[in-house]
Design a binder for this molecule. Structure first.
Ligand code: 3HC
Ligand code: NAI
Length: 708
């Protein structure tokens, strides 16, 4: 009992309420409050049963993740929840956990120490610790298999996906689903339970008997595929396996060893960094929380191509009616056919019902005119990449759109201010840069033009959330954050080819580093024509005498656009499986020799360092120029838009783990070999390295200065 945990009495039932907003995490004071409340209720002869419940939006959402950082840095010792859980479980009176919202991690572990769990219909329970690079650390891997069975426990602990009330009930985690008022239902359940004997979860052995070892083998295979490079899922499987071989106490000890090993790993630091970075990203220092947010009731999209189609789906998925315009019936039909195909594939996979698909399609109005655009609160533009066309479209919509309508361009590289200059409302012009496939990728770069208003930025951030995206603010630089960093990354990937590495060497080295797809494979997926067009648009900016990649344009000129034409850097079969193309290898070698580039054997370390440090250095430029607000924002962009492995925390966090001095030294080596024009450590990177600082420290100081 303290200000975080209260104890009340309802006619023989003690009700313990946890109130630690926003998510009732087990911060210091909460476990102590629960313990003293349990002890008081246990010792009170008038109490027959106990109900534990969360105040406001949720039950306990887990341990307080901020505390892990303090443990790892030695600021605080790690305090185990196990004694508290044993006290709950040993309570002579039945303890009923009444769960709504999310009982996650330590929250579910507390719940499983109770004798019963009753769930609101919308509640979710889970052990998502692996997403933070750790495993359940308070006997979750030991109690969950005893309640839910070994297979379910392995699935939940190793892959971190939560389950809803119905599944929790069917699997044995929950004892009842409560319709109506949860507290009243929990108290009624507790009264009945007081009349019966109750069992301790740790003594329930029946679901552990006769476990088939194949469960663990399969889970390991699945982890190798879907959690490539990550240690925590394997540790979680090992911990659940221990529950089937060891006594409860020995199992807990094994779990604690594995937990500590994970907690002190770089992977967990990286994943915890990613967790907080994703939540900090929506905070813009000069846009206060009180800034007015415009309600988006209707949307319109110009262009139903690859991106326009996905953007249209985003609006329909969020229940927002959306009009989409094309130039020809053929393009419109193709766009709508793609949208239908995407929805149908979700229905086929069981992710969407047929009725929901029809409901979403009914929200989309395809047409060849601007009819109805005067009703839209936002118009998203996704026509071909080209300044003249974009300006023409913006001038047209400016003549039609209602007052206050936001204009959002999906341009990949072009200047938002120049696009907006043809309108009478530059303050309402913003970049909404989605990533392909736009209906799936979570990232949305929100590009701030010179005149973009704070209301438009606040509305864009809120809209991103509503569309299920993570909005990241970017300044109006060519390529914004993600694509600007991609330019030197892809440049180095191609230089490495010219200097002697094969397409497969480069792709594999970065895949093994953990990136979802090697750089040349990614270019083939995006289409080699995209970069080719962009380079033509910006040809006038190339500096004479500075080395540029030589082969990509040749491939595009040959009609090798990548996957879509079956040939690019690699060859693709009808299932889009890649294989090496000797024609490309010969072209690279020939081109390099003609240009007098020395060919040599190139190792994996060089491939990784040159490409990843090119990303980091460009990221440091963006930070220094204020194009990105925080190093962590850059990490969020790369984790959610470019397949950078979350367990490495993003390029900037990765650089911190290597040490910025080491990064600068390596860049200095590259400068010596490849020249000042290509390699110069960014001033900010150099400054941080010289003062022994880090990007993380830079962010902390900036946050503190802004008072955020
Ligand atoms: N510890 C500390 N802060 C937490 C937290 C936690 N476990 N969970 C959420 N928060 C904070 C967020 O940082 C955010 O703070 P902010 O407003 O200052 O940015 C705030 O709570 C709200 O979080 P969301 O924006 O994520 O709110 P949502 O409503 O979208 O989601 C949630 C709520 C589903 C609970 C989601 O926050 C979540 O998944 N949290 C993490 C849950 C988790 O991983 N639990 C396991 C922790 S590890 C553990 O328990 C170890 C144990 O085995 C010993
Ligand atoms: P796309 O070629 O698939 O589609 C463009 C569509 O715009 C075509 O269907 C075309 O008919 C239509 N269009 C052209 N002029 C029009 C007009 N006046 N009115 C209505 N429709 C018109 O191109 P894509 O890939 O969808 O790109 C669109 C924009 O999104 C570009 O600015 C591109 O840089 C950007 N982008 C592309 C990404 C990608 O991966 N393809 C990723 C992020 C941004």
């Amino acid at each position: 009992m303290n200000e975080l945990v209260s104890l009340e009495f309802h006619d023989g039932v003690a009700v313990i309420t946890i109130s630690n907003p926003p998510v009732n995490a087990l911060s210091p004071g909460v476990p102590e409050g629960i313990l003293s409340s349990i002890q008081s209720a246990a010792g009170d002869p008038a109490v027959k049963a106990i109900v534990v419940i969360g105040a406001r939006r949720t039950f306990i959402a887990g341990a307080d993740i901020r505390e892990f950082g303090k443990v790892v840095s030695g600021e605080k010792p790690r305090r185990s929840l196990l004694p508290l859980l044993r006290e709950i479980e040993d309570c002579p009176k039945p303890v009923v956990m009444a769960i709504h919202g999310t009982a996650f991690g330590g929250g579910l572990e507390v719940a499983m120490a109770g004798h019963y769990r009753v769930l609101a219909g919308s509640a979710q329970v889970g052990q998502p610790e692996v997403k933070l690079g750790i495993i359940p650390g308070a006997a979750g891997t030991q109690r969950l298999p005893r309640l839910a069975g070994v297979a379910k426990a392995v699935e939940m602990c190793a892959f971190g996906q939560p389950v809803g009330a119905v599944e929790a009930n069917a699997s044995g985690i929950a004892d009842a689903i409560i319709e109506g008022d949860l507290l009243a239902g929990g108290i009624a359940f507790a009264r009945e339970a007081a009349a019966r004997p109750h069992t301790k979860t740790r003594e329930r052995e029946e679901k552990l008997l006769g476990t088939d070892p194949v469960i663990f083998e399969r889970a390991r295979e699945q982890a190798a595929k879907t959690r490539r490079g990550q240690a925590a899922p394997l540790a979680a499987i090992e911990a659940v396996e221990a529950a089937t071989r060891l006594s409860f106490d020995e199992g807990c000890a094994r779990e604690a060893e594995l937990f500590d090993r994970c907690l002190y790993s770089t992977q967990s630091k990286a994943l915890i960094h990613a967790f907080f970075a994703e939540r900090a990203v929506s905070k813009i220092p000069d846009v206060s929380q009180e800034t007015a947010v415009q309600e988006i009731r209707r949307a319109a999209v110009v262009g139903a191509g690859t991106m326009g189609g996905g953007i249209t789906m985003n609006y329909a998925n969020a229940g927002i009616p959306v009009t989409v315009k094309e130039t020809t019936q053929e393009a419109l039909d193709r766009g709508m056919a793609n949208i239908r195909k995407n929805y149908a594939s979700s229905v086929k996979k069981g992710k969407l019902s047929q009725a929901e698909m029809e409901r979403r399609l009914a929200l989309i109005a395809p047409q060849l005119t601007y009819d109805g655009f005067d009703q839209a609160d936002i118009i998203a533009e996704a026509v071909f990449e080209g300044m003249t066309l974009k300006k023409q479209v913006f001038a047209e919509i400016d003549g039609i759109a209602k007052r206050g309508c936001i204009f959002a361009s999906n341009t990949s590289y072009l200047d938002i201010d120049e696009i907006g200059s043809v309108t009478r409302r530059p303050e309402l012009v913003v970049g909404h840069h989605y990533f392909s496939p736009a209906n799936i990728m979570r990232l949305l770069e929100i590009v701030r033009g010179r005149a973009t208003s704070r209301e438009v930025l606040a509305t864009s951030m809120a809209l991103a959330k509503r569309l299920g995206k993570i909005g990241v603010l970017a300044g109006n630089a060519r390529g914004f954050i993600g694509n600007r960093m991609l330019t030197p990354y892809l440049r180095e990937a191609q230089f490495l080819l010219e200097e002697g590495a094969s397409v497969e060497d480069v792709n594999n080295a970065l895949y093994d580093f953990g990136i979802a797809m090697g750089p040349l494979a990614m270019s083939d997926l995006a289409g080699l024509d995209v970069g080719w067009r962009a380079r033509r648009e910006f040809k006038h900016l190339e500096k004479p005498g500075v080395r540029v990649p030589l082969v990509a344009d040749r491939l595009a000129e040959m009609g090798r656009f990548g996957q879509k034409t079956g040939r690019g850097w690699s060859k693709y079969d009808e299932n889009r499986h890649a294989s090496p193309d000797p024609e490309v290898a010969a072209l690279i070698e020939q081109t390099a020799r003609k240009a007098g580039i020395e060919r040599r054997a190139i190792g994996r370390d060089e491939i990784v360092d040159r490409t990843i440090f090119a990303l980091v250095n460009e990221g440091a430029h963006l930070l220094g120029e204020g194009i990105a607000l925080r190093a962590a924002d850059i990490d969020v962009v790369y984790l959610n838009g470019y397949g950078f492995p979350a367990w490495r925390g993003g390029p900037m966090f990765y650089a911190d783990t290597i040490g910025l001095k080491t990064v600068v030294n390596r860049i200095e080596e590259f400068r010596k070999h490849h020249g000042d024009e290509l390699w110069q450590a960014a001033p900010l990177l150099r400054r941080l390295a010289e003062s022994g600082s880090s990007f993380g420290e830079f962010d902390r100081q900036k946050q503190a200065a802004a008072g955020v």
